[in-house]
Each structure stands twice: as C-alpha cells, then as structure tokens.
Design a protein around this ligand. Sequence first.
Ligand code: ADP
Length: 392
Amino acid sequence: MSILVINCGSSSVKYELFDMSDNSVISKGVVERIGGTTSSIKHEVPKHDVYFKKRANAPDHLTAVELIRNVLSDAEFGVITNVAEVTGVGHRVVHGGEEFHESTLIDKTVLKCIQKCCKLAPLHNPPALEGITACMKIFENVPQVAVFDTAFHHSMPEHVYMYGIPYKFYKKFGIRKYGFHGTSHRYVSKKASEILKKPLEKINLITVHLGNGCSIAAVSGGVSIDTSMGFTPLEGLVMGTRSGDMDPAVVTFLMQEEAMSVDDMNTMLNKKSGLLGISGISNDMRDLLTEMHAGNPRAKLAYDTFVYRILKYIGAYAAALGSVDAVVFTAGIGENVPEIKNEIKQQLSSLLKGAEFMSIRTNEELLIAIDTFEVIKRGPQETDTNNGGINA
Ligand code: ADP
C-alpha cells in the first residue's frame, strides 16, 4: 500500500512516496524550474542509499508528473513496476475557501470548487490544479485526494474570522480570515499530545510554525480556534519576506507617495518585506543569526521584531484559550533555533506558568499521505462542502 504525495508550486513539483504499512518514505524528490531551460529532477530512495540529480525536459506540470512516474518505475532506481501499485495520490492544496472542512476525494465537483478558490489564492491554487489534472492523466484510475492548508482552521468561530470592514465584502468576495499551514499545525498538535501523554481533546496548545512563511495557531481540544494568517498568508507574524500585520493605511499612503501600482505593492509586501525588508541583508534566519552575532544592528532589529511579534501573538492566544498546556515550535526556524523558544519561554514564565515549551519536527507530507489513505479507505461520500452563499 503506497501513497504518493504531490506538492505543486508554480515552477516545481515535489513528490514523496510513502509505504503506509509503516508510514516510511520509499522515495522522494522534486522536479525544479518547470517551464525553464534548466529543468531538473532530484530523486532519492533513502532505504537504498540512492540519490541523483539530472537535467530533464519539463516544459509544464504534465511532463513533470510524467517524469516522476518514469523515475518511480525506472528499471534501475525505480520502486514501483506499475502505476496501479500506487494506492492513491494526495495533493497539497493551499486554499479550500469556505468549501472544504476536511481532506476530500477529488471528483468533478471538487475540481470545480478548487478552481473557484483560485481567485482567493491566485499564486497557489492554479499550480495545484495543474498537478491534479496531470496526475489524473498519468496515474489514471488511481484515486486522488485534496488536502487543504485551510481546512484545519475551518473551526474558527465567526467573530474570530470576520474582519472589521463592511459585511457586504464578506458576502460578495469571501473576504475573511481563512488561515494556512493547517496540515502542519494539526500534525504537531497530535505529536504534542503524544509527548504530553494527554488526550488531544483535553489540552490547549499554541503551535508556532516558523519557516519561510510563519504562522501561529491557538488549538483547543485539537481544534483550531484562531490563527495568525488571514485572507492570504500575508497577515500575522513577520516572515522571511512578508510583512505580517501592520496598519492598512500604510498601503494607501505608500501607493500615493511612491506612485506604487497594485503589483508593486503586492511585491513589496510579499517579497521585499519581513526579515529581508527590515535587515536589508537576507530573508534567511541562518544569515541573520551570523550577522547579528557579528554585531550588525539591522540584523538584530529584524530578529528582535520577529521574536516580539511571536511573543505578542502567544500572549493573545493565551488569553483566547484561557489556559495553555504547551507552546510548540516547528518548521525550519522553530525546529533549529532554540534561542527563540528559550527567549520567549523566559519572558512568558509567569504568564504561562506550567506550560511546556517544545520543538517538534513537522511532517506535512506524512499527514497528507495518512489523510489520503484514510479518505480512500472511507470511500466516496457526499462532498463536504458549504459555500455559505459566498461568490468567491
Ligand atoms: P519553508 O516554509 O520553505 O518550508 P522551512 O521550514 O524550510 O521553510 O524554513 C526555512 C527557514 O528556516 C529559513 O529562514 C532558514 O534560515 C531557517 N533554518 C533552517 N535550518 C536552520 C538552522 N539550522 N538554523 C537556523 N535557521 C534555520
């Protein structure tokens, strides 16, 4: 029983094949620079110590998935002899809008709903759709499952996800907080309950995902009750290149004063802000730590701003939860920079007396594989959708 997990970006397709008898990785890799002249495929079979990277022809996502199928069934390095050996394909889909509460078997109706959500995530959903349609062709008759980044946060109450702008924009465009990184927050919540040896239903957690994108969630009894990312992944914490929270008037001010277009503003907020924008050095925490330890004041300012925003959110979510059993750090920075966790733990020692502070390695791919396996086992059901009358 093997499940193939596919994670499509605009110019890359990551894949990971899991053996569901023990949840181990059979094989994984990535097709990069799709559509460019230097496309390549990296492929790894960890159990057999196989690793290679080679140039490949991948003008689009369909050829990329074809390459993946070929490499997986290659006579020398391959791990499957027939695509039918793959029990199912699980797809990471960033935005499920208000439509999807949980991972879902993909059929025509689901494809249409994901398409509808492209408006909400124009950078993320279209490549995911391309990956899904490619896999439906290349892995024909293999069930396909969509696992949404937004689904875990579907439990947020209305007063949490509503923005303080005219209600008509919620009805017209679906403008509200959705939240992202749901698979990671869900995965580490479950792991934390195992470490704490307490049932997930009985604990309150604050999960802090610090990668290139950063978000934080308040999880009560295994259910997300609030999260820092919003309508898009731009809201909340200071991130590698994204601004996170700020006065929205800054946007109109700068557009006027600097004659910035909508595209300019989008690029500034998403690609030139955050750690990179403040430091003027890098979006990479490793570079910033090196510079900061060498005495660079802008690197220190970026680091301090980053940490303070996390601290503030943890305080807010402690208030939302009432009590906190553990604060869980995860992803590239959360797993590898213990000084951030330690600094925050020290500052919150009296406010969060008794709460554990821990780092847990996230594994979104594994959770996508597990969900895919479970959804396929369960079989076709009524699509769990609720469009709430929104025309997004
Ligand atoms: P993504 O969101 O792309 O999955 P990751 O979870 O890989 O990102 O996190 C990337 C961030 O983690 C980068 O800022 C990187 O500098 C940081 N990071 C990764 N490893 C380390 C490390 N050993 N020490 C400090 N920072 C690290």
